[in-house]
Design a protein around this ligand. Structure first.
Ligand code: PLP
Ligand code: LMR
Length: 405
């Protein structure tokens, strides 16, 4: 009767959404899951997605046939250009393998599975170096394919910034050919990204040690509001010849969370290598999902390939990124100028992307949930997108209370 199956705890992020939904308290706030909300705390269907949906509805050629195993070609080709640049020499040289995946999670999984099967790991064996902290799901994704996750120093609690030297030191001391997972931009959960100069030095050591860069890019556009700017690190590493792959998600930047639109891009040194990689990715994909879902990929393909829709999308991304930046400013102002909350809160405005790592302790996070119906992960991360003009004051006042103890 399955008595031997251990009972697992609920997912640390999605359980917050469930608890929030079940809570009848009118002022409740969900700052748990990283999902964009408008000023009324509602999900936001991007106007460009509405337009694209209408176009698809009116297209007599749309059917419900299977896509190819590696996905919709118009989607994967445009997605590669979006992250690597339309003028990327790697694309021109046919060295980029792009496979449509079940959003960013599926890209992480397929990339990890491929490495587990075919990568020549260094003498430490099948390990992946993850930033401390990272998106919690990374641990489960790699364990699932028999790659042991270990961590590298990333976040310095004392400065609420990047632990740059310890990070570099781990890159230097790891066995050659180690795999390092890097957040391409808008680091989850800390909101702390390396500067361009720091990326350059990270790249130097990765090249020296012949490491592999496993880029996870779930927030292109969310860091700065600019798609090209947010792709800088990935493009720089490709330019400098780092062996790498990129996991790409359209959940956040296109607001297509539940449609599961993503891609895995593996940059090979030669076209011949790329062809081999693609053949094996197809074999893996076939046994796992057979072929990816069509609807979301069609929407994104339309948006990426039509210049007018693409411009509209960029506007929509700016709307989201700028509203989040406004909320950072507003929260910072309330805490520092009005409430005079003890401590330094400058990191709220300095951190980048969807999340802010407030620096509050576990007990304070729990108190916010228990006393004020504010849902957040116990590590003190808040999804900035859950704050708006109507609830930011309620949040600031309660944060102030728990900080004062
Ligand atoms: N990687 C990171 C760092 C994330 O924060 C997320 C969450 O959105 C993902 C990957 C994957 O998300 P999805 O599978 O919804 O695209
Ligand atoms: C999050 O970290 O809240 C998001 O990335 C959603 C998820 O899948 O965990």
């Amino acid at each position: 009767n399955w008595g031997e199956v251990p009972l697992a705890p609920p997912d640390s992020i999605f359980k917050l959404t469930a608890a929030y939904k079940a809570d009848p308290f009118p002022e409740k706030i969900n700052l748990g899951v990283g999902a964009y909300r408008d000023d009324n705390s509602n999900p936001w269907v991007l106007p460009v997605v509405k337009t694209a949906t209408q176009i698809l509805l009116n297209d007599p050629n749309i059917d419900h046939e299977y896509l190819p195993i590696t996905g919709l070609p118009q989607f994967t080709a445009a997605a590669a250009k979006l992250i690597l640049g339309a003028d990327s020499p790697a694309i021109a040289e046919n060295r980029v393998v792009s496979v449509q995946t079940i959003s960013g999670t599926g890209a992480n999984h397929l990339g990890a599975l491929f490495l587990s099967r075919y990568y020549h790991f260094g003498e430490e064996g099948k390990k992946v170096y993850l930033s401390d902290p990272t998106w919690v799901n990374h641990f489960a994704i790699f364990r699932n394919v028999q790659i042991e996750p270990v961590t590298y120093p990333y976040y310095d609690a004392a400065t609420i910034g990047l632990a740059f030297e310890p990070f570099l030191e781990t890159l230097r001391t790891a066995a050659p050919r180690s795999v390092f997972l890097l957040h391409a931009c808008a680091h989850n959960p800390t909101g702390v990204d390396p500067t361009r100069e720091q990326w350059g030095k990270i790249c130097d050591v990765i090249l020296e040690k012949n490491h592999y860069a496993f880029f996870d890019c779930a927030y292109q556009g969310f860091a700065s509001g600019d798609l090209v700017n947010d792709a800088w690190a990935v493009r720089e590493f490709v330019k400098r010849g780092v062996p790498l792959l990129v996991c790409q998600s359209f959940a956040k930047n296109a607001g297509l969370y539940g449609e599961r639109v993503g891609a895995l891009h593996i940059i090979a040194p030669t076209k011949e290598g790329a062809d081999r990689v693609k053949s094996q990715l197809s074999v893996l994909q076939r046994s796992e999902i057979s072929n990816p879902p069509a609807h979301g990929a069609r929407l994104v393909a339309l948006i990426l390939n039509d210049p007018a829709l693409f411009e509209q999308w960029k506007d929509d991304i700016r709307t989201m990124a700028h509203r989040i930046i406004e909320m950072r400013k507003e929260l910072h102002k309330l805490l520092t100028e009005e409430l005079k909350t003890p401590g330094n809160w400058d990191h709220i405005v300095n951190q980048i992307g969807m999340f802010s790592f407030t620096g509050i302790k576990t007990e304070a996070s729990l108190a916010l949930t228990e006393k004020a119906h504010i849902y957040l992960t116990t590590n003190g991360r808040i999804s900035m997108a859950g704050l708006n003009k109507n609830n930011v004051r309620y949040f600031a006042e309660n944060l102030d209370k728990v900080v004062r103890g």
